[in-house]
Design a protein around this ligand. Structure first.
Ligand code: IPE
Ligand code: IPE
Ligand code: MG
Length: 245
């Protein structure tokens, strides 16, 4: 599969909605957290595959603002797993020159999770091969709303003239400022929805919904997704003939 990829036409940014951990666990007659634990392997596989290929940004949807509504035992287990995983992966991130970043309302995360995250971000800050962006307590609407609020504050303070506000300026207030829009969005588990992920940023992303549950996701799936992406015609409103001239 890997050989079929045109490395001159790689997406710069791939975003993934990691879904299906609970359902995969069920197929193994195991509790949902077993699925989350195995999901960590898929995180490792996709990070490695993307870094090796030369993808510059990989964003993973790890916890949505809506996920707080899950049973408290599952939320707690997920937060503990996050701390453990972040700690454990720092050497591998450094070995592969991957810089960790996070988007979302991090202020509302439990102290332990926040601390582990901050530490890992600081310890991987010098890496420049790829940015791995974790979306934590993130939702697209939250980001757009907080950006709008900050725009309003700047206008009120006289620091921003509403006349200057265009798409580009607005995007600079989003949590994803500095990260290019993803060209490819993958969701596993067969669900065909975006569940409040990167709503602004996916305006022109190619969407790919794969039937595989997240814990089964591996490097080959990344290769397959990129090949699928490279076979699409991205027209951006134009007609086909204009693209080839
Ligand atoms: C994705 O798997 C992980 C998170 C949302 C944290 P799920 O936990 O949503 O698994 P399913 O969709 O219930 O199978
Ligand atoms: C989306 O998955 C959120 C993450 C992957 C973190 P969910 O499993 O929470 O999405 P819905 O509820 O099925 O839309
Ligand atoms: Mg799910």
């Amino acid at each position: 599969m890997k050989d079929k990829i045109d490395i001159n036409r790689l997406p710069k940014h791939i975003a993934i909605i990691m879904d299906g951990n609970g359902r995969w666990a069920k197929t193994q007659n195991q509790p949902r957290i077993f699925g989350h634990q195995h999901g960590v392997n898929a995180v490792r596989e996709s990070t490695e595959a993307c870094a090796e290929l030369g993808i510059k940004f990989l964003t993973l949807y790890a916890f949505s603002t809506e996920n707080w509504n899950r049973p408290i035992t599952e939320v707690d287990a997920l937060m503990s797993l996050l701390i453990e995983t972040i700690h454990q992966e720092i050497p591998t991130l450094n070995k592969n020159k991957v810089r960790l970043k996070a988007i979302g309302d991090l202020s509302k995360l439990p102290e332990g999770t926040k601390k582990a995250l901050k530490e890992a971000i600081a310890l991987t800050d010098q890496n420049d091969r790829m940015d791995l962006v974790l979306a934590l307590n993130y939702s697209g609407r939250w980001d757009i709303a907080q950006a709008a609020k900050r725009v309003a504050e700047d206008v009120k303070k006289g620091m921003l003239d509403p006349e200057q506000l265009d798409e580009h300026k607005f995007a600079s207030y989003l949590n994803t400022n500095g990260i290019p829009d993803p060209e490819l969005l993958i969701r596993t588990s067969g669900e065909s929805r975006v569940s409040n992920f990167l709503l602004w940023e996916i305006a022109y992303a190619e969407l790919l919904f794969l039937p595989v549950f997240w814990p089964e996701f591996n490097k080959e799936h990344i290769y397959e997704a990129i090949i699928n992406f490279q076979n699409r015609e991205r027209r951006f409103g134009k007609i086909s003939e204009q693209l080839n001239s």
